[in-house]
Design a protein around this ligand. Structure first.
Ligand SMILES: Nc1ccn([C@@H]2O[C@H](COP(=O)(O)OP(=O)(O)OP(=O)(O)O)[C@@H](O)[C@H]2O)c(=O)n1
Ligand SMILES: C[C@](O)(CO)[C@H](O)COP(=O)(O)O
Length: 230
């Protein structure tokens, strides 16, 4: 049976969110964002544990060592998300092994549906290229020139990348190291896999798998989490 581990990048500074509390610890629906994300991942019966990448100056990590009777490990993240993910893979490698499937999921995405998690796990187990949750673009896209529209971008075949993004630990680690060494500004795991010549599976995910980025996202996520809990 393939080992399946969650990797949770939680070392960001939340600059677009602002405020005094680091975004990953902002409370929504009574719990910190990171708690919702970890709960969604570790509640899934096929997930064996989690490795969380924390900021070097994180003073709010509650010290969880397990959740749902599964191990919760931590490592130190880095200045860029991709480097935080790579640090987590390096820290997890000896325990999980290169053939383990890793599910990289933003701590800032608290509303991950179990069915979506199941489907991206299935997809990633079926292909060596990895898989990611994504949402097809449903709006017309404009290129902006300050506050003016400078034209309309074709949206056919465009998707919004979500998380989890999944691949075998060794494959993803090698792809991230290569992309970063090649100077690629890696914004998600699929980008590194693509740079390595792989074609990760797009798994259509729910639109409400929202990444809390600005303060305006908080009220919507609060509503969604309370609605799904009722
Ligand atoms: N150096 C970084 C940057 C981001 N992240 C994590 O990656 C996820 C998605 O990143 P984002 O939403 O951009 O969070 P921040 O980088 O904190 O936000 P901002 O860009 O507004 O500063 C978050 O869970 C964040 O904690 C990380 O682990 N290490
Ligand atoms: C990984 C991600 O959530 C996929 O959309 C996104 O790339 C993270 O971007 P951010 O600027 O680090 O929030």
């Amino acid at each position: 049976m393939t080992a399946i581990w969650a990797v949770v990048p939680a070392a960001g500074s939340g600059s677009r969110f602002g405020g005094d509390v680091p975004k990953q610890y902002v409370e929504v629906a009574g719990r910190p964002l990171i708690a919702h994300a970890l709960d969604a991942l570790l509640a899934h019966p096929r997930v064996d544990g989690a490795m969380v990448a924390l900021a070097a100056d994180d003073a709010r990590w509650p010290g969880w060592t397990s959740h749902h009777d599964k191990p919760v490990l931590t490592c130190q993240g880095a200045a860029e998300r991709a480097l935080s993910v790579l640090a987590a893979l390096d820290a997890l490698r000896e325990r999980a092994g290169d053939d383990a499937l890793v599910l990289v999921h933003d701590a800032a995405r608290p509303n991950l549906a179990a069915a979506d998690l199941d489907r991206v796990i299935d997809a990633a187990l079926e292909t060596a290229d990895g898989a990611l949750l994504a949402a097809p673009v449903r709006d017309t896209l404009k290129r902006g020139d300050r506050d003016r529209s400078a034209g309309t971008q074709p949206r056919d075949g465009l998707w919004r990348a979500l998380t989890p993004q999944a691949a075998r630990l060794g494959v993803l680690r090698d792809a991230l190291r290569r992309a970063l060494a090649d100077g690629i500004a890696v914004t998600d795991e699929a980008m590194a896999l693509e740079h390595a010549g792989l074609r990760p599976r797009l798994v259509e995910g729910r639109e409400d798998n929202i990444k809390v980025t600005t303060p305006a996202d908080r009220a919507l996520v609060e509503y969604l989490l309370r609605a799904s809990a009722s």
